[in-house]
Design a protein around this ligand. Structure first.
Ligand SMILES: Cc1ncc(COP(=O)(O)O)c(C=O)c1O
Length: 430
């Protein structure tokens, strides 16, 4: 911590300014970490530079959104051209059609798509759509599942799960959302024995919940259970979409949801969310077919804006053939294996988790299959590890799951391994 403070005096000054006008000095609570976050001056490829000139290899990658790294050439070029042709039309244009076609081509369950500006918004509209389609109020989600700050889904994210995640949630929101145990099909069936929710939303890999992948049999079982029980299955693929495979978690696992929620990578570095599904379900959003009270609303001033559509399209074109994903997933395997080996060698209890090019470290002896197990891991040790990396030029947003991009070089990965080794050695000495 002392090293960090001595290397970041300008960030400290900026943080003191920020605290006056931004609550906690940040624009998003999770971006705060002790003693204060560094402030970025510039980003390029796999690197971030802070206002004090420190260089960091970035494994947080804009909340995992930047699969091609910072400012990839193809995306920047396309966006620069589009900037000259208008940034916001507020009426229909071809780019939104082309990106929707591209999503439908890549995501196995997507026939029709609607764009939003964030994953939170997309989950909100997907939930409303499920309610509109089924005519039911209650919905279900998993313990440790993070779907953004929308009231109905901002429930049961962190331990203790029975404590509201935020002040200001209404009793209605709390009552209408059923919490389910992750990776536990029997538990799901038991909790829903006397319930009939409109939908079950699941992340194919708990992201904020610890980087914990769903087990294949669990997702398959969930699909069967939803079919049998006439419940819509929603995959929140805001993290896994276009990352685990070109078609996301549903391609990776071979399980098709009824509705898919997307975000992050889809925006090519610009704000986005989307929800998609079968024509039959998505038709509920069609104002030419359904009238109130059967029509399900979705909109947004900036939804489908041409800058985001351009960046998203340029990104998906690069990911489409799967070559990037195959390479990054292999690298993800290597990172999980190597970091595990480093800690094993030093006799430090660690469980490396994740899937594809997402990885996370839990300082724990027990296998991590759900958010309960993740919450029992040693968070202080994880913070110390992340801080040691940061002070030595490797950025993990402390205590979160991390990601890989095509911009990471062999040297970047070697540095991660070397700094991990140095931390493990030092940890055992102290
Ligand atoms: C799985 C998942 N769903 C939804 C969201 C919310 O997306 P956004 O931050 O774009 O609102 C996130 C954000 O991290 C996420 O990881």
């Amino acid at each position: 911590m002392d090293d960090y403070v001595s290397k970041t005096p300008t960030s400290r000054t900026l943080y003191n300014r920020a605290k006056v006008v931004l609550p906690a000095g940040v624009t998003y609570g999770i971006r705060y970490f002790e003693p204060y976050p560094f402030f970025v001056a510039k980003a390029r490829g796999s690197k971030l530079w802070d206002v004090d000139g420190n260089e960091y290899i970035d494994f947080w990658l804009g909340h995992t959104a930047l699969i091609l790294g910072h400012s990839p050439r193809e995306v920047v070029k396309a966006v620069q051209k589009q900037l000259e042709n208008g940034t916001l039309y507020g009426v229909s244009h071809e780019l939104e059609v082309t990106l929707a076609e591209q999503v439908a081509k890549m995501v196995p369950s997507a026939e029709m798509v609607r764009f939003t500006n964030s994953g939170t918004e997309a989950n909100m509209y997907a939930t409303r759509l499920a309610r509109a389609f089924t005519g039911r109020n209650t919905i279900a989600k998993f313990e440790g599942g993070w779907h953004g700050g929308y009231d109905a889904l901002h429930i049961g994210v962190k331990q203790p799960f029975d404590l509201p995640e935020s002040a200001g949630l209404t009793r209605g929101a709390l009552q209408d959302t059923i919490l389910l145990p992750f990776n536990d099909l029997e538990g799901v069936e038991k909790r829903l024995r006397n319930e009939h929710p409109a939908s079950i939303v699941v992340e194919p890999m708990l992201g904020a919940g610890g980087g914990i992948p769903a087990e294949k049999e669990f997702l398959r079982g969930l699909r069967e259970f939803c079919d049998k029980s006439d419940i819509l299955l929603i995959f929140d693929e805001v993290i896994t979409g276009f990352r685990l495979a070109p078609g996301g978690g549903q391609e990776y696992y071979g399980v098709k949801p009824d509705i898919t929620v997307l975000g992050k990578i889809l925006g090519g570095g610009f704000p986005i969310g989307a929800f998609c599904g079968s024509r039959k379900i998505m038709k509920r959003l069609d104002i030419t077919t359904y009238k109130r009270p059967h029509y399900s609303f979705h909109g947004g001033t900036f939804s489908g804006n041409p800058i985001t559509m351009t960046a998203g399209l340029a990104t998906l074109k690069i990911l489409e053939d799967g070559k990037v994903t195959t390479r990054l997933n292999r690298l993800g395997d290597k990172i999980r294996t190597t970091i595990q080996q480093v800690f094993d060698k030093h006799g430090i209890d660690v469980q490396m988790v994740g899937a594809g090019s997402i990885f996370n470290t839990h300082f724990a002896k027990e296998p991590i299959r759900d958010a309960f197990a993740a919450s029992r891991a040693d968070k202080k040790k994880l913070f110390d590890y992340n801080m040691a990396l940061m002070t030595n030029g490797v950025f993990f947003l402390p205590t979160h799951a991390q990601a890989l991009s095509t911009a990471h070089s062999k040297a970047d990965i070697e540095k991660l391994f070397n700094e991990t080794e140095a931390f493990a050695r030092h940890h055992n000495k102290s």
